[in-house]
Design a protein around this ligand. Structure first.
Ligand SMILES: Cc1cc2nc3c(=O)[nH]c(=O)nc-3n(C[C@H](O)[C@H](O)[C@H](O)COP(=O)(O)OP(=O)(O)OC[C@H]3O[C@@H](n4cnc5c(N)ncnc54)[C@H](O)[C@@H]3O)c2cc1C
Length: 393
């Protein structure tokens, strides 16, 4: 398949991918255009999860498991995986979130903190989408402060652990087969991770209703009541929040890429509309102030692509730190919020109607802006790196 540069990739950054990576991008684009784009608005309106064919199709394309040697289907870089997140979110931020959770957070937790045996047992099952995963860290009373504030407790009882507590916001937690549950060890007060099949007695999940962003993702409230989990299901290399933070570090920059993709989705719809909509006898795209909205949007997108490309190169080179990923997430999600608002403005009243292609990206921007570290928390991580002083712990 011949590679086609996106007109929204104004400086042609994506051209730097290898020939094989470009082929994969074109396969992914074709898949998304056939299986996700035509149905996304309806699924979003109905707050309905993707059909199984979408999850299986993504698995077949190798979208789950690329960072991990056990499940990698082809050679690829962090920059490529960033482009995947962008291409997914350009069509729909919920499908980007699904891949980010399964591939990054869930498989990442097992890859970073699991034993070799746990990696061998679980990673291939997630890669093939035989099992769908969720990542359970946030709680009703602890969001930004999970490192200190986690209240879910795990008590060792012989070869088992007994877990009690509650989680909130857990993406796909009401439909997952397995959830990675982070809990505080009652003995040493350290945070540990557990691989929990959702059929385990004591696990109860309910979908969060009336959520007005990322409506396709099924976010859940979960409770654990005397839930017994074998020691064999505790992530064996995870003995503190350090490992949890290492997982989040892997995925934060990919959320930054998804924010650029979400902006592009809105921008492309605005460019099309500006060509078709006639006012004062000519397409609105020929009015100067509409051109300004489009030019400012393209400026945000182009600057953001440059930034995320470099932050992923730093990961490939083994020099990316927390503050680098935090700046990328803070910067691109802030620019995304401006961009989707400008694109919505360019559509006038139709900008708030789902069918015109901007509103879903506009609403979904709010979720990307707040999850995986809010703007404030990412700003404070950068502030700590600048000054050497933490303003939040
Ligand atoms: C759509 C969606 C999907 C999600 N998916 C998952 C998931 O799959 N798994 C999971 O574990 N979690 C998930 N989350 C949770 C997400 O990571 C949290 O919402 C996020 O970390 C913020 O926590 P909070 O909502 O409790 O806000 P809070 O921490 O209560 O923050 C409220 C406000 O206070 C600000 N604030 C807090 N502390 C400070 C401070 N020290 N200085 C300045 N400002 C501060 C915050 O920036 C924010 O603006 C998801 C959230 C959403 C919305």
């Amino acid at each position: 398949m011949t590679f086609e540069q996106l007109s929204s990739d104004f400086y042609g950054f994506e051209n730097a991918l290898t020939a094989q990576e470009k082929d994969k991008i074109m396969e992914l684009r074709a898949f998304l255009d056939a299986e996700v784009r035509p149905y996304a608005n309806e699924l979003w309106a109905n707050a309905e999860f993707f059909p199984r064919t979408v999850v299986d199709g993504l698995a077949k394309l190798g979208m789950f498991g690329q960072p991990w040697e056990e499940t990698r289907q082809f050679e690829n870089t962090a920059v490529f995986r960033g482009w995947v997140a962008l291409e997914l979110a350009r069509v729909d931020a919920s499908v980007a979130t699904l891949v980010g959770m399964q591939n990054g957070l869930v498989m990442g937790a097992i890859a970073v903190a699991g034993s070799d045996e746990q990696r061998a047992e679980w990673l291939p099952r997630f890669a093939s989408a035989e099992v769908l995963g969720a990542f359970g860290l946030t709680e009703p009373l602890s969001g930004s402060d999970t490192a200190q504030g986690l209240r879910t407790v795990a008590r060792r009882d012989g070869d088992n652990w007994v877990i009690n507590g509650a989680k909130r916001w857990i993406g796909n937690g009401s439909i997952s087969d397995v959830t990675i549950v982070w809990a505080r060890d009652a003995d040493d007060n350290q945070v540990k991770g557990f691989i929990v099949p959702t059929t385990t007695p004591g696990y109860a999940a309910s979908r969060i209703e009336n959520k007005m962003a990322l409506r396709i993702v099924q976010n859940a409230d979960i409770t654990f009541t005397d839930m017994v989990v074998p020691e064999a299901n505790r992530l064996q290399r995870g003995n503190s929040f350090r490992e949890t933070a290492a997982v989040l570090r892997l995925t934060r920059a990919e959320v930054a890429w998804a924010a650029v993709g979400n902006s592009i989705g809105a921008y492309e719809a605005a460019v099309t509309y500006a060509d078709e909509r006639i006012q004062f006898g000519k397409p609105i795209g020929s009015h100067q102030l509409i051109q300004e909205l489009l030019a400012k949007s393209l400026g945000n997108i182009t600057a953001s692509i440059g930034l995320v490309t470099q932050v992923s190169k730093m990961l490939d080179d083994g020099v990316q730190k927390d503050e680098h990923a935090a700046l990328a997430k803070e910067y691109t999600t802030s620019r995304m919020r401006e961009t989707v608002a400008w694109c919505r403005e360019a559509l006038g009243g139709n900008g708030i109607v789902l069918d015109y292609g901007v509103m879903r990206h506009f609403a979904d921007a709010e979720a990307l802006y707040s999850y995986e570290g809010t703007r404030e928390m990412n700003t404070l991580i950068v502030g700590r790196a600048i000054t050497g002083k933490s303003a939040f712990v």
